[in-house]
Design a protein around this ligand. Structure first.
Ligand SMILES: Cc1ncc(COP(=O)(O)O)c(C=O)c1O
Length: 341
């Protein structure tokens, strides 16, 4: 059987092997919400989940201050990225973002036979907004992904820059705020998104909530977009275990926000410490730090010391390090000092 042309060069998503050391490679957080586990003994395992995830969307509505009808749940925010492309982008239409950024925008574009254009970030990984807008006007994309704070570089766009981009185009604009809890909340577009017909804000429970395992994301957009994507999603796409844990997590939002505050403090401390080493440290607003180490390779020497970080070939000599616990960060810093000694 011939595979679709658009999928011929598709490689499986690379997942790292099992590892018992310190994992600072996937922007996960520690299990701070449910360290004692989660009891589901009155659970109706025989029933299909709530297709519209009503209770979860209502809890989310309280958290983000947006009407529940403007919120759509996803099986991870990844599912929503895929659904947006599936719903709005025809084969050979153009999807634009900047680069480097979250790799799945390009992957899903390829899967659906769309073209993908990654506008290069500046050498310091900031975005030249005027040049980006010019490129948007020349290339006329159908959909634009703006990841802010950006994975893997950590930079955050200003709200006025985002609005400038929105005003310059009729494209559907997705603002991926996966790391927004760790960033400057005044630059979040959650409170403005409903002012526009063509804007979606995307969020996830995988980072700030420390719940990557349950696969839970959500998007905020006007009701027309939400109801359109609703028509495309699979029946019962979000399992009830995830819905239930998501609601419980939102009930414990204070714990989440406290942990986030601690992570931000640990990030600032780690950034200062890393800056004392012969590496380039880029300012980060995520739960990770992006660095460049042209003089010494870091991935294998750190792995040999029981610490796994994320290494990039493009840009070369670059690494993304998730903010760990205080202990993990101390171990990382000592290991790096040893490597550079
Ligand atoms: C910017 C960004 N968006 C979306 C995702 C997908 O997250 P999930 O599918 O776990 O919600 C990630 C995961 O790393 C990410 O970094």
């Amino acid at each position: 059987m011939n595979i679709k042309d658009s999928l011929k060069s598709l490689k499986p998503y690379q997942v790292e092997a099992e590892f018992n050391g310190i994992r600072l490679d996937a922007n996960e957080t520690r299990n701070f919400l449910f360290p004692e586990g989660f009891v589901l003994n009155t659970f109706e395992f025989h029933r299909y989940p709530d297709h519209s995830a009503k209770a979860l969307r209502e809890a989310l509505s309280q958290y983000v201050g947006i009407d529940a009808n403007s919120i759509l749940e996803g099986n991870g925010s990844s599912e929503l990225i895929e659904l947006m492309i599936k719903t709005y982008v025809e084969k050979d239409e153009l999807i634009m973002s900047f680069e480097p950024t979250f790799s799945m925008y390009r992957v899903y574009s390829n899967i659906y036979g769309a073209k993908f254009l990654g506008f290069p970030l500046n050498n310091d990984y900031t975005l030249d907004v005027d040049a980006f807008i010019k490129a948007v006007q020349v290339n006329q994309p159908k959909l634009i992904f703006l990841c802010t704070p950006n994975n893997p570089t950590g930079g955050q766009l200003k709200k006025e820059e985002i609005i400038q981009i929105i005003r310059s185009t009729k494209a559907l604009i997705v603002i991926d705020e996966a790391y927004m809890e760790f960033a400057d909340a005044t630059e979040s577009m959650t409170q403005e998104v409903l002012d526009y017909q063509n804007v979606i804000v995307l969020r996830t429970f995988s980072k700030a909530f420390g719940l990557a395992s349950i696969r839970l994301g959500y998007m905020i957009a006007n009701e027309t977009i939400v109801s359109t994507i609703n028509r495309v999603k699979s029946p019962y796409h979000l399992n009830q275990v995830t819905q239930t844990i998501g609601i419980e997590a939102l009930r414990n939002i204070k714990i989440v926000l406290n942990e986030v505050k601690d992570i931000i403090e640990r990030r600032e401390t780690l950034m200062k410490r890393l800056s004392s080493l012969p590496i380039v440290v880029y300012p980060s607003k995520g739960n990770f730090i992006f660095i460049q180490s042209p003089d010494k390779k870091l991935y294998q020497p750190l792995l040999n010391r029981g610490i796994r970080i994320r290494a990039y070939q493009d840009p070369v000599d670059s690494y993304r390090i998730t903010i760990g616990t205080q202990e993990e960060n101390d171990t990382l810093y000592q290991a790096l000092k040893e490597i550079f000694r």
